[in-house]
Design a protein around this ligand. Structure first.
Ligand code: CAA
Length: 384
């Protein structure tokens, strides 16, 4: 067992860190405030190969491993969690799902542009449509239906809180095809946003990750070709669960980045700010906060890397990804609150970035499975 990163991993980490500093930091406060999607930044992430990191070059990807993905996600998320959630959803929920379970035709037609993140010079990304108004944590209660019409399916329903909802060109949509079969009657379909009957509805005005593009999506008698169903009939819920297990590594890494970004800012500030005649880093009250932040962040990082390692080795990573997500997201929430505290009144204003990171941290405890859902996954495995 060794804990050192390879030369290649260190290069990827540095490339992501430089990118975040040079491309994401400028304008990040304004994009957050005005809810402006970081289109330019995401285009450049695509050019770097960061939108299809784990897909082979044969299908437009960068052919990197999951460890590289964790490292890049951490660095981008330190600065811009709105850009990084777009990257995470495209990489692990859309590209990975298509790569692992898609047919050859689906890979040629959809995976290749999604993994590149660009088609015909325009942004081309995906979204993952599982959540509904009445099916969040209880994901098997799908109300969206896809009726088998012989040569196509007819899709009807409403999906909520869809990351990349307005920007994505392609949606992976979970829908009930046979209610009597419960979770075995769910299928996943590849749906193009431009098809008749697809409506991008309300954009959410959110607490955090405000520059990310979150919408309700409506389907009204959308004709979906048979060949756009992913996998065997009834595979849709398992597809969602398998894909989300990898997605949770991405969100855990995002949470890790939010936490470490806040920690780096708190550390820097504690060396500059003076109180009671000395820099505040010389006060034990601050030292203990920094020590606890560093310790929790290191633990979160190790959990993320372990889950990524297991995925790269072909092992079962369902539980380790849930452990990484629940721990990293709680670390992000705790660390960002403490980072605001270290900054005092300055922490409460926008220019110092930590209040944004605190708002951004909260979503990591909610999406891709709440902390409670992660604990269900972990405890079921322990008790099995
Ligand atoms: N891999 C493969 N199969 C799995 C699985 C996994 N990880 N987890 C469950 N399954 C299978 C089960 O084995 C079962 O199949 P069988 O009947 O053949 O045994 C079937 O799926 C149903 O599973 P459960 O009985 O465990 O289902 P449940 O109703 O108890 O729910 C749950 C389990 C873990 C709570 C699940 O519903 C869940 O993960 N909920 C959260 C959903 C979620 O994460 N939503 C996030 C939305 S996406 C998002 O946020 C993206 C974004 O835009 C950022």
């Amino acid at each position: 067992m060794h804990f050192e990163l390879s030369e290649e991993h260190l290069m990827i980490k540095k490339a992501a860190r430089d990118f975040a500093q040079n491309e994401c930091l400028p304008g990040v406060i304004e994009r957050d405030e005005k809810m402006i999607f970081p289109r330019e930044q995401v285009m450049k992430l695509a050019e770097l190969g960061f939108m299809g990191m784990m897909v082979s070059p044969e299908y437009g990807g960068a052919g990197m491993d999951t460890i590289s993905y964790v490292l890049a996600m951490e660095e981008i998320s330190k600065i811009d969690a709105s850009a990084s959630v777009c990257m995470s959803v495209n990489n692990s929920l859309v590209a990975w799902g298509l790569d692992k379970f898609g047919s050859e035709e689906q890979k040629q037609k959809y995976l290749t542009p999604v993994a590149r993140g660009i088609k015909d010079g325009e942004l081309y990304i995906g979204a993952f449509l599982l959540s509904e108004p009445e099916a969040g944590s209880d994901a098997t209660s799908q109300r969206t239906t896809a009726e088998d019409m012989g040569d196509h399916y007819l899709l009807n329903g409403t999906k909520n809180w869809i990351t990349n909802g307005g920007t994505a060109s392609v949606y992976l949509v979970m829908a009930q095809t046979d209610a009597a079969k419960g979770s075995h009657g769910i299928n996943t379909f590849i749906v193009e946003k431009k098809w008749p009957g697809v409506t991008v509805a309300a954009k959410e005005n959110k607490l955090g990750i405000r520059a990310s593009d979150t919408h309700t999506i409506l389907f009204n008698d959308v004709k979906v070709p048979k060949e756009n169903r992913i996998g065997e009939d009834g595979f849709g819920f398992k597809f969602a669960m398998r894909t989300l297990a990898g997605g949770r590594i991405g969100i855990a890494s995002q949470a890790l980045g939010i936490a470490s970004g806040a920690y780096e800012l708190a550390l820097k500030y504690s060396k500059q700010r003076k109180a009671f005649g000395k820099e505040i880093m010389h006060h034990q009250a601050i030292q203990f906060k920094l020590a606890d932040m560093a310790t929790r962040i290191e633990a979160a990082r190790l959990l993320c890397l372990k889950a990524a390692y297991e995925k790269d080795q072909g092992l079962d990573y369902t539980v380790s990804s849930s452990m990484a997500k629940v721990f990293a997201s709680e670390t992000a929430m705790w660390t960002t609150v403490e980072a605001v505290q270290v900054h005092g009144g300055y922490g409460y204003v926008k220019e110092y970035h930590v209040e944004r990171l605190m708002r951004d941290a909260k979503i990591t405890q909610l999406y891709e499975g709440t902390s409670e859902v992660q604990r269900i996954v972990i405890s079921r495995s322990i008790l099995k």
